[in-house]
Design a protein around this ligand. Structure first.
Ligand code: XIL
Length: 420
C-alpha cells in the first residue's frame, strides 16, 4: 500500500515542471556580457529570513546588484535626530558582500526624498537649520557606507508630475538649493560613489501631464552649474502592461539626459497589470514580456548608440510577485515582477534573458549543441514570438501633491494611475 502511494506521489511529481537548476540563474551574467555593469534587484529586510527567496536572490549570476527598498530611507536610518540605526541597511549590504558566486554591487537608496521622512523632519525649518540637518544626514549615510555603495540616489523625486518642485520640508526651507546642497555634501563625503538623481515618469514625455522631463533637465543643469556633482539619472520605470512607451522613445529620452550626466540606469523596474484580471491569460503574459523587452531594449540601444556603457544597469523593484509593493498600494493591480508568486519565472524573464543573450551574441545553435542550455530553455517557453517592438499608445501618469493616487484621462492617450 505504502509502495503504491509512493509510486503515485512520484508519478504526480513527474508530471509537474521540474524546478530549474541553479545554472539557469543568469540575468546578471548575460547582462554583463551584453555590455551592462549589472542586473540587480531591490530587496527589503523581511525577505532575508525567507530561505526560498534567498536561494533565488543569492543564486550565482542572477543578480549582480542589490538596492535596499526601505532600509536606507530617512525614517528608518535616522528616526530621531542624530540617532542612526544601521542594522537593517547593514544586513542588506552584508548580503550583497556575501553574494554566492561573487560580491554584488550595492545601489544605495535614498538620501533625500519627500516621502519616508521621520516626523522630526516633517516640520518647518529655517534655511540654516535645514542645511545643518541635511549635512548631518548625508554625511553620516555617506561615511557609514563608504566603499560599499556603487551609487547613491542622493535626491529622489523632487519634481511632481506637473513639473513643479515638490513642497517638501527641504524645499520649503531652501528652495531648489536643497538639491545642489545635497549633491555637494554627498560628493564631499564620498567622492568615490556615483551620485544619482532618481525619479519616475522620466522615461517618456507622455508619462506625465506636465513638462517633467524638461524641468528635470533644467534642474540638473542648474545643479551642475552651481558646482554640484551629479553623475547619473535613475529611471525608476514603474510601468503598466500595454502602456509602456516604445523602446526608441525611451532610448531617446535617456540620450537627452546623457547630454547632462555621465550615465543612466533603470533603477526600479516593474510592469504591473492594471487592472489585474483573473484568471490570467497567456496574452497578458506575452504583453508583459514585450513591455519588459521594450525597457531593457532601450537600455541596450543607448549603449549601442554610444558604443559603450552609458545605460549601466537594470534593477527590478523586487523580482517576485510574492513581495511586490504594487498590490499593497493598489489592490486591483499587480503581478508586475519577473517571477510569479511561487517563484516561477514568467515569459518576461525569458524575454529579458534572451535579449541579453542576443545582445551578447550568444547563438541559438550553441544552445542546441548543448553549450548553452539556458537559451534552449528560453526557446521552450516560446519567448521569441513575443520579442517584437511596436508603437502603441503610451500612458500619462500623475501623482497628487499629497502622495496619493489619482487617475488622469488624456484625450488621445490611455489612462494610468501612478503607484506611490
Ligand atoms: C516604496 C517601497 O517599495 C514600499 O515598500 C514603501 O512603502 C514605499 O516606498 N519610488 C521609490 C521607492 O523611489 O523608494 C518606492 O519604494 C517606490 C517608488
Amino acid at each position: 500500500m505504502k509502495l503504491i502511494t509512493t509510486l503515485q506521489h512520484f508519478l504526480s511529481l513527474a508530471s509537474l515542471p521540474l524546478p530549474l537548476p541553479l545554472a539557469s540563474a543568469q540575468l546578471d551574467k548575460y547582462a554583463k556580457l551584453a555590455g551592462l555593469s549589472y542586473f540587480g534587484t531591490a530587496v527589503d529586510n523581511p525577505r532575508l529570513y525567507n530561505p526560498q527567496y534567498m536561494s533565488a536572490l543569492q543564486s550565482s549570476d542572477e543578480f549582480g546588484s542589490l538596492t535596499p527598498i526601505n532600509a536606507q530611507k530617512w525614517k528608518n536610518i535616522e528616526p530621531v535626530q542624530q540617532v542612526f540605526t544601521w542594522a537593517e541597511a547593514d544586513a542588506i549590504a552584508n548580503t550583497a558582500k556575501a553574494g554566492v558566486g561573487g560580491k554584488k554591487t550595492l545601489r544605495c537608496h535614498t538620501m533625500v526624498w519627500f516621502k519616508g521622512l521621520p516626523s522630526w523632519v516633517e516640520t518647518t525649518y529655517s534655511r540654516a537649520d535645514m542645511e545643518h540637518i541635511l549635512t548631518a544626514h548625508i554625511q553620516n549615510l555617506a561615511w557609514h557606507f563608504k566603499g560599499r555603495c556603487y551609487a547613491w540616489d542622493v535626491v529622489n523625486e523632487a519634481i511632481d508630475d506637473n513639473g513643479v518642485f515638490r513642497q517638501s520640508p527641504m524645499y520649503k526651507a531652501m528652495g531648489i538649493d536643497f538639491i545642489t546642497f545635497s549633491f555637494k555634501t554627498a560628493a564631499k563625503a564620498d567622492p568615490s560613489a556615483k551620485l544619482y538623481y532618481n525619479d519616475y515618469a522620466l522615461e517618456s514625455p507622455f508619462l506625465s501631464p506636465g513638462p517633467k522631463i524638461s524641468i528635470t533637465l533644467a534642474m540638473l543643469r542648474t545643479v551642475k552649474a552651481q558646482g554640484g556633482t551629479v553623475h547619473g539619472v535613475g529611471f525608476q520605470s514603474h510601468l503598466k502592461v500595454g502602456l509602456v512607451p516604445p523602446r526608441s522613445e525611451m532610448a531617446s529620452t535617456m540620450q537627452q539626459f546623457l547630454e547632462v550626466v555621465d550615465e543612466v540606469a533603470i533603477t526600479e523596474l516593474d510592469i504591473r497589470h492594471s487592472p489585474l484580471k483573473t484568471p490570467s491569460t497567456r496574452a497578458m503574459w506575452e504583453q508583459q514580456a514585450r513591455d519588459y523587452g521594450e525597457v531593457v531594449g532601450a537600455c541596450l540601444d543607448v549603449n549601442k548608440g554610444y558604443g559603450g556603457r552609458k545605460c549601466v544597469g537594470v534593477t527590478v523593484w523586487d523580482f517576485t510577485d510574492k513581495y511586490s509593493w504594487v498590490p499593497s498600494e493598489i489592490p486591483t493591480e499587480g503581478e508586475a515582477c519577473l517571477w510569479d508568486n511561487n517563484y516561477v519565472k514568467k515569459l518576461a524573464y525569458w524575454t529579458v534573458l534572451n535579449m541579453f543573450k542576443s545582445a551578447a551574441g550568444v547563438s541559438k545553435r550553441a544552445a542546441v549543441n548543448g553549450t548553452d542550455s539556458e537559451s534552449e530553455t528560453a526557446a521552450d517557453h516560446g519567448v521569441e514570438s513575443v520579442v517584437t517592438g511596436r508603437a502603441r499608445p503610451v500612458p500619462r501618469e500623475e501623482e497628487d501633491q499629497g502622495g496619493g493616487t489619482r487617475t488622469v484621462v488624456a484625450t488621445t492617450l490611455a489612462t494610468a494611475v501612478r503607484v506611490g
